[in-house]
Write a protein of this length. Sequence first.
Length: 157
Amino acid sequence: MRIKSFLVLSLCFLLAFLNACNDSTNEEKEEILDVSKAVRINNPNKQSELSVLMRTLYNDTKAERILLLTGEHSAIDWTSKYENLLIAKQTDESNKGEVFDAYGNGFLIQLKEYQNTSEKERISNYNRLITNCKNCHEAYCPGPLVVINKLPLKDLN
Ligand code: HEC
């Protein structure tokens, strides 16, 4: 009898614990929908060129993801819109150099691939693009990884 009530009690604790976990993940989800919360901005009045470019890129990518979910895609001229990636002024200009350029060029090549993709390869090219975002961010700017990690799509092909 004692063992039984102990088990019931443990189960209650376990359920309460699991619920608490769910709540906290929901809260996190709400929070990371807002990019500005995932990124610490030193001076919000003076955003760097790259920071503005990145915000626009993030918004475009997030919108693209929603279109892709319904089998559609935007008509954005991605390569022209983001061609300044390598020359845009950064908050921390010491990031600049050969390694940054290598990540940047890799990304721009994949951006072109995505823009010219066949329909069959669209989702996989989109996912490869997000991998390129991640690679550079892991090296230079880990803050936004929380929101970037939400961008990949399931590829049903
Ligand atoms: C070649 C490197 C590189 C690639 C590729 C890259 N980023 Fe960034 N990103 C950066 C750097 C560096 C910053 C910080 C910019 C600054 O503060 O000047 C940044 C900033 C950001 C920010 C924060 C902007 C802000 O200040 O609020 C977001 C969001 C972001 N990137 C999303 C993305 C997404 C989404 C992709 C891919 C579609 C991507 N990035 C691809 C290097 C990169």
